[in-house]
Design a protein around this ligand. Structure first.
Ligand code: AMP
Length: 196
């Protein structure tokens, strides 16, 4: 079994600028500069996933903050699937997959949304939600909120009520979490990074 690195006393203080209560988790997230293109600081959760206690703790903290009355968890492809499936398991709720276009085999509903250059689309199975279902949306990271807001529109068009949204990482300066809050959605994030 891989030894947990969840003993932070031994680890270098590489995130001294951070003020989160979750600095233990922050130390397990790796930043890769200039990926996938110059200027982007890619917040890489694969190192968090490699740490059994780190992964379990991030899921447990997000699950502990989840609204009690949810019927379903909805995960956004692809890294959102990792955390949403673990949370659905922990919370004993069903899981809705929100996917990129053309991946789902059944009849779908979809929403197009704007990217910096061009557009993208998220889809889910048309029969995934019962109207009135309360849903918790999950992804690994929220930045501008474009992806999460498209997922919210999609779930709402299917009749669901999005009561909460959970992310391991927030880039608050990009404003996405505040946009979700302005939609009346309770947002939980664990680790924040200034800038983008
Ligand atoms: P946004 O739609 O701008 O909120 O971007 C959120 C989506 O893009 C999430 O699914 C993230 O996985 C991904 N993403 C955006 N920025 C980053 C980043 N700096 N590091 C890692 N993933 C990112």
């Amino acid at each position: 079994m891989r030894e947990s690195r969840f003993s932070f006393a031994r680890r270098p203080a590489m995130h001294r600028h951070m003020t989160d209560a979750n600095t233990d988790l922050a130390q397990l997230i790796r930043t890769i500069p200039d990926f996938p293109k110059p200027g982007i600081q890619f917040r890489d959760i694969t190192t968090l996933l490699l740490d059994p206690a780190g992964f379990a703790t991030s899921v447990a903290r997000l699950a502990a903050a989840a609204p009690a009355d949810i019927d379903l968890v909805a995960g956004i492809e692809a890294r959102g699937f990792i955390f949403s499936s673990a949370m659905a398991h922990q919370l004993a709720r069903g899981l809705v997959l929100i996917r990129k276009t053309g991946k789902l085999p059944g009849a779908t509903v979809g929403v197009d949304y704007a990217l910096e250059y061009g557009t993208d689309r998220v889809e889910m199975h048309a029969d995934a939600c019962v109207p009135g279902h309360k849903v918790l949306l999950v992804d690994d990271l929220i930045a501008t909120g474009g992806t999460a807001l498209a997922a919210v529109r999609l779930l709402r068009e299917a009749g669901a009520e999005v009561v909460g949204a959970s992310f391991v990482i927030d880039l608050p300066d990009l404003g996405g979490a505040d946009l979700l809050r302005a939609e009346g959605i309770a947002v939980t994030t664990l680790v924040s990074y200034a800038g983008h």
